[in-house]
Design a binder for this molecule. Sequence first.
Ligand code: DOR
Ligand code: ZN
Length: 345
Amino acid sequence: MTDSVTIRRPDDWHLHFRDGDVMRGVVPYTARQFARAIVMPNLTPPITTAAMAADYRDRILAAMPDGVDFEPLMVCYLTDDTDADDLVCGAEEGVFTAAKLYPANATTNSAHGVTNVRGIYPVLERMQEAGVVFCVHGEVTTPDIDVFDREAEFIERYLRDIVANFPDLKVVFEHITTRDAVEFVLESGPNVGATITPQHLHINRNAMLVGGMQPHNYCLPVAKREEHRLELRKAATSGNPKFFLGTDSAPHFRGDKESSCGCAGIFGAPYALESYLTVFDEEDAIEQFEGFASLHGPAFYGLPVNEHKVTLERMRVEVPDELALAGSTIVPWHGGQSIGWKFVG
Ligand code: DOR
Ligand code: ZN
């Protein structure tokens, strides 16, 4: 039995840092385990220009603990009015790594998102030319579509057409939750990849709804049926370079989740690698862990792999019920449970 796993230092290809005191509280958890992260731009107001992204990056770097080497990779929040010149210029200057499509009202702080996906095709054209990665929250938002079908429907309504029209655009289908998404990524060319969160590998929709409503298992896209979870586990542990790590760590205060209108999002950062490695261990695929966590993402984004290494050891770790943060509390992913791996640095 493998009791110690050492891999190149990983990156988190999708997370939310927020801003202000919350950002200062959450950044150290990610910087402890990861070398870089794709930082989502759904702040209020959203990060829509290169100048805003450069300022936000400075605030994140100022929050880094002393001596910690961590690189935030910034993302432009696409709107119906995105200025393609500013986006491409920002990418050329090294501010933007990617741009993110939030369909309007799909999730937290997406009210300024795109109302007409085909309306941003001229921007996608420029991104394709300039080599800017396109990150997609792939859910339709029309009320006629059941919340459990929103991802599959997005593929048929929009994603197939985008991939057909922009064959050289690098597309990351973010936080995929369905067999449909796995199949779409597998049948697409090498420019289409996907991130997978730890929660979608661990839980199905029962974890949200059985035995009382479980707000700490609620995120968007929502977890689906067990058959979908099993497909995600197969994809993540397969060694296929199209699939890579993205926690979608999305901190919300405990009170904002345990509320009559609970926020979507799971704070995965504190025990992220332990959570993923548990899945690879259960699937008897520890040898594929480094690819998923540390190699496939940089290859897709065209960035170098990290030189330093990290180690995890087989050991029971109790995950606290909650963490004190920014004068309040946040429940971490696996809060109140024990987990079989320990990150030792
Ligand atoms: O669960 C989620 N939380 N999904 C998202 O897409 C956004 C995120 C957030 O920002 O809280
Ligand atoms: Zn997200």
